[in-house]
Structure formats: C-alpha cells, structure tokens
Design a protein around this ligand. Structure first.
Ligand code: KG4
Ligand code: ZN
Length: 349
C-alpha cells in the first residue's frame, strides 16, 4: 500500500547472528522493527557458529516478519517491495534471508531488492539524518570489515582504504576472547576499558603515519596477546590501551582519507563498531578539526538490524533498482567492484 508518505519496504536481515525484519517508509518512518539476537546460542563457543546461526535464522525469521506486519497493522500484500540481505556474510544465513525474501516478494506480487549488507550500513546514516547529502566520507567498521569509502550515491562507492588483515570488530572480539570477556566482544571490551588507563600499556599503532592509506590490526592483536601473557597488566588497563590504539589508527587513517577526498559533505561512521562511544567521540573531534559535519547513526542502527536493509531497499527502489528472483546469495560482495584486492591472510574485503 502506498501511503501518502511513499512506498513501504519490508527489510530482512540474516547475514550474521542477528535475525531481523522491519517495515520502513520511503519518508524514513519506521513502522515496525523486530530483532532476535543469537548471542546466547553462540556464547558457549566464544564466537558465531555458522550452522547454528543458519538454523536459528530459519526458526526466527517468519515469526519476526509476522510480528512486524502486526505491529504496523499491515498485510504482506500491502507491502510495496521486499528487500533482503543477499550478502556478504555467512552463506547459510544469507540464503535463509534471501530465499525467504524471494518467497515473500512472489507471494505479495511485489519486487525483490537484493541488498548488499554493506550498503545497508553505508546508507543507514541517511535514514537517521535526512540532511546528509552525497558524497560523504564513510568509515565502515564492523565485524568483517574496516573500510574508508567515498559514498557518491546509491550503488556508487569508491573504496579509499581497507584492512590488509583483520577487521576492526574482529580485533575487539579476539581481545575479548583472550581476556575471557565473552561474546560479543566489542561491547564487553568497551565496558571493561571504561575503568582502565588508555596510556598504561605500550601497544603498536600499525601503519599509523604511513602514506599507505590502509588499515592493519593483526600486529596489534599479537601485541595484546603478548602483553596479557606477560601478566603485567590488568584487564581494564589492557582493554583501555587496546581501544586507544584502535582509535589512534582509525583517526590517523581517516585523516588521510579526508585529505584524499574532494569536498565530502560530512564524515560519517557506520557499522557495529560505530556504536563504541570512545570511537565516536574521537571521530567527532577529527571532523570538527577538519571543519566537517560528523554523522553517526543511533547505536541500535549501527549494529546489524533490518531497518537499514529496508532503508537501502527504499533508496534502491527510488532509483529504479530492483532485482530478479534468480539473484544469487553472495558470501563476498565488495561495494566497490573496481577496488584493488589487498593481499593478506583473512582479508574479507
Ligand atoms: O555491523 P555488525 O553488527 O555486524 C557485522 O556486519 O559484522 O558488527 C559487529 C561487530 C562485532 O565485531 C562487535 O564486537 C562489534 O561490531 N561491536 C563493537 C561494539 N559493539 C559492537 N565494537 C566495539 N565497541 C562496541 N561498543
Ligand atoms: Zn553488519
């Protein structure tokens, strides 16, 4: 049903360990958002187990869609399009969401929009802030990615930098695992770091100060391991020092990208790690120094959710971009297909 405020999009997310469904209007109204986290199912293993995740998505997704439709007071046939994450991510989960999206689109007789999960994160700041115009400089920091992107428009990205080894969220998760802080690691490290001294433990800032625009976190991870094994430092001081090292790397690399990009409208941060308050504050400071507005979505919109997938669907629908029911699930799917591959173990970008 096309309300006076434009089409309504059903968004589905299932690429990692959150299952979510949302109904989003093209005028940015969120009619419903339902999310089931799988934290408890994965906690005993200290990380996300792909098979457990895929099964949990199967169980959770349809009830979440039904609950979202009930909350919005709508039927499936009244939805104008179905947007589902089609990658990148854990392939089992992506397939569950995409196949469900195709079935619902077919049942409703409405178009399917196959959304790149990274585009969901990349456009989420425009859901939160209607004033945010293209092009903007985006620092995308999540469990699988750490990239600086010039966001030129819907479907138009130029990658300025990426990690040559670990993603930044992965570095948080591995630090948490090492210190026995549990899963998911990012929020646990942030909580522990709040009572520590960020200057206590000498840790490296890989690539900081270099002309190479990319990120690297593997050396930092190894340094954290050695520092912890030395028994010299408290968990609070080590997590605070780790978080500070990450912040210094992110700020240093982002500063280079600001210089490399021609008149960005704003500095924007998105992705799960963007919910970290210390990181937000540091990037806000950098933007102020550069004379740029700073945009960071609300915390719930940084970590995986279906509102950002529905919103990316709304932006793509407005641009006339819909997809065929034969669209494949993609475990890897770079936003900038022309970006040079970087070499390094574990590179996911
Ligand atoms: O975007 P996201 O929810 O899922 C992916 O697409 O990867 O990001 C999840 C990542 C995890 O590595 C998690 O530990 C990290 O974001 N994260 C945080 C915080 N909250 C989540 N990292 C640092 N500080 C946080 N507060
Ligand atoms: Zn994500």
């Amino acid at each position: 049903m096309t309300f006076s405020h434009g089409p309504v999009i059903l968004g589905l997310e299932s690429s990692c360990d959150e299952t979510a469904a949302a109904l989003i209007c093209a005028d940015r109204r969120i009619l419903a958002h339902r999310l089931a986290t799988q934290d408890a199912a994965h906690r005993p293993y200290g990380g996300v187990v792909p098979e457990i995740a895929a099964r949990a998505h199967v169980d959770a997704l349809i009830p979440l869609v039904e609950a979202a439709l009930t909350e919005a007071g709508m039927t499936l046939r009244q939805v104008d399009a179905v947007a589902a994450t089609a990658g990148p991510g854990l392939i089992g989960g992506v397939m569950v969401g995409l196949v469900t999206g195709k079935a619902l689109a077919m049942a409703a007789g409405k178009p399917l929009i196959a959304v790149n999960h990274l585009e969901g994160h990349a456009l989420s700041p425009r859901l939160a802030d209607p004033a945010l115009e293209f092009p903007y400089l985006l620092l995308l920091v999540s469990g699988g990615h750490c990239q600086l992107l010039e966001v030129r428009g819907v479907g138009a990205y130029r990658r300025l930098a990426t990690t040559i080894d670990d993603a930044v969220g992965e570095a948080f998760d591995k630090t948490a695992k090492l210190l026995g802080l549990g899963h998911p690691g990012g929020p646990a490290v942030e909580r522990m770091a709040a009572s520590g001294n960020p200057r206590a433990v000498p840790l490296p800032r890989p690539l900081a100060g270099s002309a190479d625009p990319n990120f690297s976190f593997a050396g930092l991870k190894s340094a954290v391991l050695r520092a912890w094994q030395s028994g010299q430092w408290s968990a609070a001081d080590l997590t605070a020092s780790f978080q500070q090292a990450v912040i210094d790397c992110l700020v240093d690399r982002t500063r280079i990208a600001i210089e490399a990009m021609e008149s960005p409208s704003a500095l924007v941060v998105a992705g799960g790690v963007a919910s970290n308050q210390a990181i937000r504050a540091a990037l806000g400071g950098l933007a102020a120094q550069a004379g740029l507005p700073f945009v960071a979505p609300p915390l719930w919109l940084c970590t995986d959710n279906a509102a950002m997938i529905g919103w990316a669907g709304a932006e793509r629908l407005a641009a006339g971009l819909t997809d065929d029911l034969s669209f494949p699930a993609r475990p890897r799917w770079p936003l900038d297909p022309d970006a040079q591959k970087v070499r390094g173990a574990g590179v996911k970008a």
